[in-house]
Design a protein around this ligand. Structure first.
Ligand SMILES: CC(C)(COP(=O)(O)OP(=O)(O)OC[C@H]1O[C@@H](n2cnc3c(N)ncnc32)[C@H](O)[C@@H]1OP(=O)(O)O)[C@@H](O)C(=O)NCCC(=O)NCCS
Length: 260
């Protein structure tokens, strides 16, 4: 095992490497336990804390040009963590990707305190009858310009589309469409057709911001929510696909009954 407390250009005999045209120290820990792992950092990126642990082989972690963000990242076998540019974190954001999964965090994502983005459960759970794993690791997408509120947990299989806001202490397990607010555990859409902007309510002028005329609008993130209002995450708990499946099941059951 190699543990580094400096991030700079690095290569070792196990094929592990850091691709970084810069140097970071203080609150930096990079651990290589296996082989052929790769950490790539944008030359102008800075961090308040950077802790990346490559536990196995063939892991990749890529950090775009963000300033002063904080990360505690675990990368397992064949897994990838990709963080875009302009991403901010209030405190340390925990990320875990293992078993060939990918966690992608887009550009201009705003991450509040106590947020975890993890595609795996850390330990295996099996079906007692079959011995088959019931909690496979899954990939995660956090789209561009997404705001993850305080204490949000993003779990494997989550796909949050661009421009959406996830409410405090929510648990995201599924697809969340663009430009909406989703909240709860599991998170469901509670409001559609919204856009959020970065200026802080009390730190940025003016001290009251009742409408968009009070700040500069970031036009590109102002979009209507695109998914059908009856998508799975719309709070109804139903989807067209699920409805059709149920109908097909009823028909099949009906046919079976008539054959019996
Ligand atoms: C989600 C949030 C943005 C409010 O959005 P909103 O569209 O104004 O939501 P409303 O207050 O109208 O509530 C809509 C529904 O969602 C529920 N809800 C709102 N926030 C929720 C949350 N965090 N968790 C669970 N449910 C929540 C409400 O109870 C309400 O449910 P109901 O329709 O059954 O009564 C806000 O509650 C929130 O969580 N903000 C997080 C802010 C944060 O973390 N900041 C950190 C600093 S970066």
């Amino acid at each position: 095992m190699v543990e580094l407390d400096v991030a700079e250009s690095y290569q070792d005999e196990n094929g592990n490497e850091i691709v970084f045209d810069g140097r970071l120290e203080g609150n930096v820990t990079i651990v290589f336990r296996g082989r052929n792992n790769r950490l790539e950092i944008h030359p102008e990126a800075t961090f308040r804390e950077l802790n990346v642990q490559f536990d196995c082989d063939n892991g990749t972690a890529l950090f775009g040009h963000s300033v002063g963000s904080s990360w505690r990242v675990r990368v397992g076998e064949d897994a990838t963590v990709r963080v875009g540019r302009g991403v901010t974190t209030t405190e340390v954001c925990g990320v875990s990707a293992v078993e060939g999964t990918t966690i992608r965090i887009g550009n201009d994502v705003m991450i509040a305190s106590e947020v975890q983005i993890r595609g795996d459960d850390g330990h295996p759970i099996f079906d007692v009858r079959t011995g088959v794993r019931v909690n496979p690791a899954k990939s995660i997408l956090v789209g561009h310009h997404v705001w993850l509120g305080w204490g949000v947990l993003v779990l494997g299989g989550a796909k949050i589309r661009a421009g959406s806001v996830i409410g405090a202490k929510s648990v995201v397990t599924r697809k969340i469409p663009n430009n909406c607010i989703a909240a709860g555990a599991p998170a469901k859409v509670v409001r559609r057709d919204i856009a959020w902007e970065r200026p802080h309510l009390s730190l940025a002028e003016p001290p009251y911001k009742p409408d968009i005329s009070t700040i500069v609008k970031t036009e590109r993130w102002w979009n209507l929510t695109e998914d059908s209002p009856r998508s799975k995450a719309d709070g109804s708990g139903k989807s067209r696909g699920a409805g059709l499946r149920r109908r097909a099941e009823r028909l099949r059951d009906g046919l079976r009954e008539s054959h019996d």
